[in-house]
Design a protein around this ligand. Structure first.
Ligand SMILES: [Zn+2]
Length: 426
């Protein structure tokens, strides 16, 4: 028997048995997924959808195809999808979808002969117990950290999830109406900057009392990740303009001191409470954005100034994965997270993980995160993550860089233990 094959086999046995901790998902409760995911077309959000639009599908057609209440029959939905599907099915997103459909629904292709049967199977599967089957039994995931949006409860099903809320909306207010909405949400009067600060801190404390695992900063979708020092007086002047603003007439440059001040404050508050900060960097989901806003190196000043905070830098900063590598190498408070990149490109994930293991101390690499709105996607991300870890570690053992024992130990660290430790998941 060939020695290198047996190394791979032994490593696979070990990696396949690891109960993963998945650092990032957007999965709703099981009961709401049972309502919303009733056909194949409900899965055209979070990610293949973006490739369909990139391939030329008009956005209105996408909405009509995927919205359950658009009034279209399944046949009409397929007619919208069919011309574009051949171009999206070969990307990482398309491959991921084909694989989870085959594994979880037993249908080996998505085409005009299979889609009706598939829709029926999807509808039939979505009943209580589906999450346990997919996440625990099929995916081998112990826990997933799930993002919660503003006004969404952080009380999540503890069997599967821990919440990581987004509190960005306290930083990006731009009109009186938005402040009034925040007043309603928080129960605090918000007519001055100190009141806004108090409301944000109270929200964080309430969430901390409800067992959140960290906080999320999502702002790279809307602005640059450069958060400069802004004195409270400058932020207060912006606040007063926002309070007087009936329409969205303030430009980003006008609002930036308030946004910077409030975001930096949130980071300080999270650090004081021992809560890690997950930050979106790199590729923005969807179509059309400024990728340069999301460069990880824009965060360097925060990493330096908030040495007590711990930053989980998301999505390998793709395509700036080298920036994440050097930042995580230089700063003790910076962690490198591959979440989502497994489905963007398994090849990129393999290349990046191979490099990271040589550059970054091994306690600061997370290689098991997904980024999905549904458990099928979480299953698939984690399946690819196992494959990627196996490939990278096998290559390093075969090439003499690691011993087999070191490779097994690293697999435990990057697929489970590092996340368990940073997020205190026991
Ligand atoms: Zn996400």
């Amino acid at each position: 028997m060939n020695g290198s094959v047996s190394v791979r086999d032994r490593l696979w046995q070990h990696i396949a048995a690891i109960r993963m901790i998945d650092t990032h998902e957007h999965i709703p409760s099981e009961s709401s997924a049972c309502q919303s995911h009733t056909s194949l077309f409900s899965f055209f959000e979070h990610y293949v959808s973006s490739d369909l639009v990139s391939a030329g599908m008009p956005r209105e057609s996408l909405e009509a195809m995927r919205k359950p209440d658009s009034g279209l029959s399944l046949e009409e939905r397929w007619a919208i999808l069919e011309p574009y599907w051949p171009f999206a099915r070969t990307t990482g997103y398309g491959r991921a979808m084909l694989e989870y459909i085959a594994d979880l629904y037993g249908v080996v292709d998505i085409n005009r002969d299979t889609y009706l049967d598939l829709c029926q199977r999807i509808k039939a599967a979505h009943k209580p117990g589906w999450y346990r089957h997919v996440l625990k039994e099929k995916a081998g995931i112990d826990l997933s950290l799930v993002i919660t949006w503003p006004r969404q409860s952080v009380v999540v099903d503890q069997e599967f999830f821990r919440a990581v809320p987004i509190l960005d909306h306290y930083a990006i207010v731009s009109t009186r109406a938005e402040l009034e909405a925040l007043e309603k949400e928080s129960g605090y009067a918000i007519q001055t900057l100190p009141q806004l600060m108090e409301a944000q801190e109270a929200a964080l404390d309430r969430f901390a009392g409800q067992g959140i695992a960290g906080v999320k900063i999502f702002l790279a979708y809307r602005r640059t990740l450069l958060f400069e020092r802004a004195p409270q007086s400058a932020a207060a002047r912006v606040f007063d303009r926002v309070w007087l603003s009936q329409t969205q007439d303030l430009a980003f440059e006008d609002l930036k001191p308030l946004q910077d001040f409030m975001t930096r404050r949130l980071i300080g508050l999270a650090a004081e409470r021992g809560l890690p900060i997950q930050i979106h960097t790199g590729l923005q989901e969807g179509n059309g954005n400024y990728i340069e806003n999301s460069r990880p190196t824009l965060l360097s000043n925060l990493f330096m100034e908030f040495s007590d905070a711990r930053f989980d830098v998301f999505h390998a900063g793709y395509p700036y994965s080298g920036e994440v590598a050097v930042l995580s190498k230089m700063f003790p408070n910076v962690y490198a997270d591959l979440c989502w990149i497994h489905a963007v490109s398994p090849l990129a994930a393999t290349r990046i993980l191979g490099e990271w293991l040589e550059v970054i101390p091994s306690n600061k690499i997370f290689a098991a995160g997904g980024d999905s709105n549904y458990v099928e996607g979480a299953y698939e991300h984690c399946k690819i993550a196992r494959r990627v870890a196996h490939e990278v570690l096998s290559q390093k053992v075969e090439g003499g860089y690691l011993s087999e024992e070191e490779a097994r130990w690293l697999a435990d660290r990057i697929l489970r233990e590092n996340a368990a430790s940073l997020f205190r998941l026991g």
